[in-house]
Design a protein around this ligand. Structure first.
Ligand code: HXC
Length: 258
């Protein structure tokens, strides 16, 4: 079926999903998110894909949830329908996701980026949580993932004022993004990293993602045990045998995702 709000392409083992609602700075309307969930699920299920890049336009990654679409909603319908609860489906994607952020990543846009595994930023990117200025609060991780990424004081300052934003450079310094590139290079760099990851053993890559995500959920002792058990289990894979044999034989490993 034709997509209204997204562009998708594949490059080798990398899928690139581009948010494409230019008239609204990629405001995340319901239709856009339904398509995003569907497309990500399809790439997650596609054996030929190893990693996924999510990006927007040069002007905006996404300027937040669609304010015009939600402004007249009521509490009861929000609660009954778990309004925007389906946004978290992105965090269930098992392949690595890289957000390549140019321009505005505000509100839900910042939260969407934070639901990805890695964030690369173009040098003009702006990260912010302006919800408080609309009389509401972040609803998809702005008060939770942001704290874990940049600490309490900066997260409080951003969410309480709604107007203190992070530049790309500040976001990198604070640990929200891993790298900053010139705006016109950030997508290519994200694809390069996704290719690197995509050529490694997919099940082992998934174990790394699971293990790191576990660190946000459990105390250190439990996370370390989880990690060690997964480490043990890698020895049941062909790719561990291949990877270590290739090292010993001084050749490049040829992973078969098994
Ligand atoms: C709906 C939006 C929008 C949004 C921009 N637009 N952001 N529409 N929802 N979040 C629309 C504008 O209405 C306008 O449409 C067009 O996009 C261009 O935007 P302008 O405002 O004209 O552009 P500019 O002057 O350059 O300002 C850019 C901006 C501003 C600073 C990013 O658009 C802005 O402040 N947007 C809202 C940011 C925000 O508050 N985000 C948080 C949303 S709440 P027209 O038709 O007039 O041309 C949220 C909650 C998440 O995200 C909860 C998750 C569970």
């Amino acid at each position: 079926p034709k997509l209204e709000y997204l562009l998708t392409e594949t490059r080798g083992r990398v899928a690139v999903v581009t948010l494409h609602r230019p008239k609204a700075l990629n405001a995340l309307c319901n239709g856009l998110f339904v398509e995003l969930n569907q497309v990500l699920r399809e790439f997650d299920d596609n054996k030929d894909i190893g990693a996924i890049v999510i990006t927007g336009s040069e002007r905006a990654f996404a300027a937040g949830a669609d304010i015009k679409e939600m402004k007249d909603r009521g509490f009861i319908e929000n609660y009954a329908e778990d309004f925007l609860g389906h946004w978290t489906q992105i965090t269930k994607i098992r392949k690595p996701t890289i957000a390549a952020v140019n321009g505005f990543a505000l509100g839900g846009g910042c939260e969407l980026a934070m639901m990805c595994d890695i964030i690369y930023a173009g040098d003009k990117a702006v990260f912010g949580q302006p919800e408080i200025k609309l009389g509401t609060i972040p609803g998809a991780g702005g008060t939770q993932r942001l704290v874990r990424a940049i600490g309490k004081s900066k997260a409080m300052e951003m969410c309480l004022t709604g107007s203190v934003n992070l530049t790309a450079e500040e976001a990198e310094r604070a640990g929200l993004v891993s790298r900053v590139y010139p705006a016109d290079q950030v997508v290519d760099e994200a694809i390069k990293t996704a290719e690197k990851i995509g050529n490694l053993s997919l099940p082992i890559v998934q174990m790394v993602k699971d293990a790191i995500n576990q660190s946000f959920e459990v105390p250190l002792s439990g996370g370390l045990t989880f990690e060690r058990r997964l480490f043990h289990s890698t020895f049941a894979s062909k790719d561990q045998k291949e990877g270590m044999a290739a090292f010993a034989e001084k050749r490049k490993a040829n992973f078969t995702h098994n």
